[in-house]
Design a protein around this ligand. Structure first.
Ligand code: NAX
Length: 329
């Protein structure tokens, strides 16, 4: 049996946490021979609810689950973490401006970045799910001295999965036949789901779906607004699909990407595609056999796509400006 892997999860008593933990503990993420330790981090008022989740984890008697540590202490919560999944954050409430939310949540991620740097395992990788996830990841990264920038990620996989599902439905195929779907930029309503490079059964989507007006219009807005549509229908924000996408991201970053394909995740730009270095922006990513990753370079960006990418990158710059006091140096 392998040594256990340690996964720290913030917001573990929340709805995404509830949909995440049991799949990790069951072995369906890290494999049937990989024992797991869970370190579950919550704010103090949520510790009783978290205790209930721990009781349920106990009641599953998962063979691979070694240790469960529920805590509100960040040092204890991130101790020895190989993966840190930062899900917890404060939801936007009525009357709150976007800038207020950035400020409130930003403060959470300075402390978490510092605690990860001080306590996690030397190979720790951090995936931020809590919104605004790109900018929260930027803050955590900037405050995690000594951890390489390439180990910080923000989740856009839910957007990728949503886009694949929309394209598949329009083309009358299964979503598994859609590949090379890149979400560019911010996980927000400005994101650009790139249909130009996406493929269906290896053919450009634009050859399979001739309705260009739909691709440039309804397709993009449906993906951008899908979160709001789920809230309207369900009365609560996406949870199971978000948890599923977080686990898809962890798995996509843990195993080599299929030849010729890529996956979407927001990473720290080094200037690829003219995106300002240092921003956490979603791009097409390939995971290599040695476990490292690279941005897929050399894609030709047409004028339509460039305008969309410029808009979402401009928003990321505005967000960074709004939290500049939380970014050291
Ligand atoms: P919930 O409100 O159900 O759960 C959040 C949990 O985080 C709560 O239990 C709360 O006590 C905890 N929390 C708050 N501050 C914390 C802190 N400082 N440390 C530790 N825990 C803390 O929200 P849920 O539906 O689970 O969503 C979590 C986050 O995911 C939200 O920010 C949400 O906006 C974001 N999402 C991100 C998505 C993405 O694609 N990147 C999609 C889904 C989701 O909307």
């Amino acid at each position: 049996m392998k040594d256990p892997i340690t996964v720290s999860i913030t917001g573990a008593a929340g709805q995404i946490g509830y949909a995440l933990l049991f799949r990790i503990a069951s072995g369906s993420v890290f494999g049937p021979d990989q024992p797991v330790n869970l370190r579950l981090i919550e704010i103090e008022p949520a510790l009783p609810a978290l205790q209930g989740v721990v009781m349920e984890l106990d009641d599953c008697a998962f063979p691979l689950l070694r240790e469960i540590v529920p805590t509100s202490d960040l040092a204890e919560g991130f101790r020895g973490a190989n993966w840190a999944l930062l899900v917890g954050s404060v939801p936007r409430k009525a009357g709150m401006e976007r800038g207020d939310l950035l400020g409130i949540n930003g403060k959470i991620f300075t402390g978490q970045g510092q605690a990860i740097a001080a306590n996690a395992a030397s190979d720790v990788r951090t995936l931020v799910v809590g919104n605004p996830c790109n900018t929260n990841a930027l803050i955590a990264m900037a405050n995690a001295e000594g951890i390489p920038n390439e180990r910080f990620f923000a989740m856009t996989r839910l957007d990728e999965n949503r886009a694949k599902s929309q394209l598949a439905a329009k083309a009358g195929v299964h979503s598994s036949q859609v590949s090379n779907l890149c979400i560019w930029g911010n996980h927000s309503a400005t994101q650009y789901p790139d249909f130009v490079h996406a493929k269906i059964d290896g053919k450009p989507v634009t050859e399979v779906i001739s309705d260009r007006a739909w691709l440039e219009g309804e397709f993009i807005t449906t993906v951008q607004q899908r979160g709001a549509a789920i809230i309207k229908a369900r009365g609560a924000s996406s949870a199971a699909s978000a948890a599923n996408a977080a686990l898809d991201t962890v798995m996509a970053l843990s195993q080599p990407t299929a030849e010729g394909d890529w996956h979407s995740v927001a990473v720290c730009s080094k200037g690829e595609y003219g995106i300002e270095p240092g921003l956490i922006a979603s791009m097409p990513i390939r995971t290599k056999a040695d476990g490292s990753w690279e941005v897929v370079e050399g894609l030709e960006i047409d004028a339509f796509s460039q305008a969309k990418i410029d808009a979402t990158i401009a928003e990321l710059k505005e967000e960074r400006e709004a939290v500049k006091d939380l970014i050291p140096g």
